[in-house]
Design a protein around this ligand. Sequence first.
Ligand SMILES: NC(=O)c1ccc[n+]([C@@H]2O[C@H](COP(=O)([O-])OP(=O)(O)OC[C@H]3O[C@@H](n4cnc5c(N)ncnc54)[C@H](O)[C@@H]3O)[C@@H](O)[C@H]2O)c1
Length: 436
Amino acid sequence: MRIAMIGTGYVGLVSGACFADFGHQVTCVDKDAAKIAALCRGEIPIFEPGLDALVATNVKASRLDFTTDLAGPVAEAEAVFIAVGTPSRRGDGHADLSYVYAAAREIAASIRDFTVVVTKSTVPVGTGDEVERLIGETNPSADVVVASNPEFLREGAAIRDFKFPDRIVIGTSDERGRKVLGDIYRPLSLNQAPLMFTERRTAELIKYAANAFLATKITFINEIADLSEKVGADIQEVARGIGLDNRIGTKFLHAGPGYGGSCFPKDTRALVKIAEDHDAQLRIVESVVTVNDNRKRAMARKVAHALGDNLRNKTIAVLGLAFKPDTDDMREAPSIPLITGLRDMGAKVRAFDPASMKEARRELPDIDYCDDAYSCAEGADALVIVTEWVQFRALDLPRLKRIMKQPIVVDLRNVYRPAELEELGFAYTGIGRSQA
Ligand SMILES: NC(=O)c1ccc[n+]([C@@H]2O[C@H](COP(=O)([O-])OP(=O)(O)OC[C@H]3O[C@@H](n4cnc5c(N)ncnc54)[C@H](O)[C@@H]3O)[C@@H](O)[C@H]2O)c1
C-alpha cells in the first residue's frame, strides 16, 4: 500500500515509520524544510526511544522517505493521512484547525486516482465533514473517501503503543474506505489488535472522550492527594487500594503536579468548546480544566512552603523539565508555571533534564541549565523533582546531602519514600503524604 503522511511530527513520524515497518511504502511530508533536511541526513528531530533505529531500518529498505513536496506523494498514494498539529486556538480554547484545512486543500489539488484521506490529527466532531467539503470544492472530480483514524500513542512509548495498540478506531461508513484502512492495519489485526469500525463523527468523539477521561482520572487522584495531606493519609496507598479494584484500574492514578503535554490540556479545552457549541455542557471536564490549571500554578507555592515561605535569594534545583519522562516535549509542561512562579517569588533556578533542555531554553531562557543532577543540586537550598526520569529514581542521596546548601527535597512525583529521606536527614515534601 502506498501511503502519504502529511505532517512529520511526533505522530506523523512514528506512524509513518511504523507503517513502513509493516511493509507499506510511506512518504512523510512536512512544510518544515529544516526538519525534512535533518531526516534526509539520518537525524531524528525529536527524542523518542527506538525511533532512530526504526527510521534507519526502513529508509535503508527503501520503504520510507521524506520530502517537503506534497503533490508527488499524494498523487501516488492510496491513502493520505493528515497528522498536522491542532493546537489550542489563541484566546478561546477551540482547536485551531487551520493546519488541517490548509493540508486538505493542498491534498485535494494533487489527488489523481481513488484515495482515502484520513484524519489522524485529533479534531473536533464534524471536521471530517468539512475536510470532505473542502476537497470537493477544490477538486470536484476527486474520487475520495474521508475517514477518521484517531491516534492514541503516548510519547515516550510511541512505537510500542503504535505496534501493540489497545484498539484501532476507524471512522467511516464507506466500504472502500474500510477496505483500504483494514488492509493498512492488517498486520496489527492479524496480531489480535481490536479493529473498531464506526461512523466518522463517533471516531472523532472517541478520541476526545478518551483523553478527557484520562485527564479526569489524574485530576481526581490529585484532589484526593490534597485531601490525604490534610487528613494524614498516604495517597500512594490510597491509589493502590482503589486501583486494585478492576472496575477502577491502577493506571493514571499517580498524583503529581497536574497534567501537561501536547494533548490533554488542549484536548480537554477543545472538548469543552465542542460541547458548548452543541448546547451540551460538560461540567466535569470544565472542572478538570480549572482544577488542573490552578494546581500547576500552586506547585511553586508548595516549594516555597517547604522553604519557610521565603524564596528571596534562594537557589532551587529543578530535576526534570519535559512534561513526562522519555520525551523532549515541553508543551504545557508543569515545569513552566512552576519555574516562572519560583522566579516571581525571588528564587534563582537551575535545572537539568536528560532530553528537553534545548526545547526548554525557548520557554525558559533565564534559568541556568546544568550538565547533570549533581551539578544542578550543588549549593542549592532545595531540590525539586518535577519529571520522573528513571535516572532520578536512584540518585546518590548521601552525595546530594553533602553538596546541597540545605537538605530539602520536594518530590512532585513521589519517587522517594519519605522515611528513607528523613532517615538520611533530608526535609522531605511529597504529594499527598501527611506533612505531620
Ligand atoms: N503528540 C502526541 O503524543 C499525540 C498523540 C495522539 C494524537 N496527537 C495528535 O496528532 C496531531 C499531531 O500532533 P504532533 O504532536 O505530531 O504535532 P507536531 O507539532 O509534532 O507535528 C505536526 C507537524 O505538521 C507539520 N505541518 C503543519 N502543516 C502542514 C502542512 N500543510 N503540510 C505538511 N506538514 C505540515 C508541522 O510542520 C509539524 O512538523 C495533533 O492533532 C495531536 O493532537 C498527538
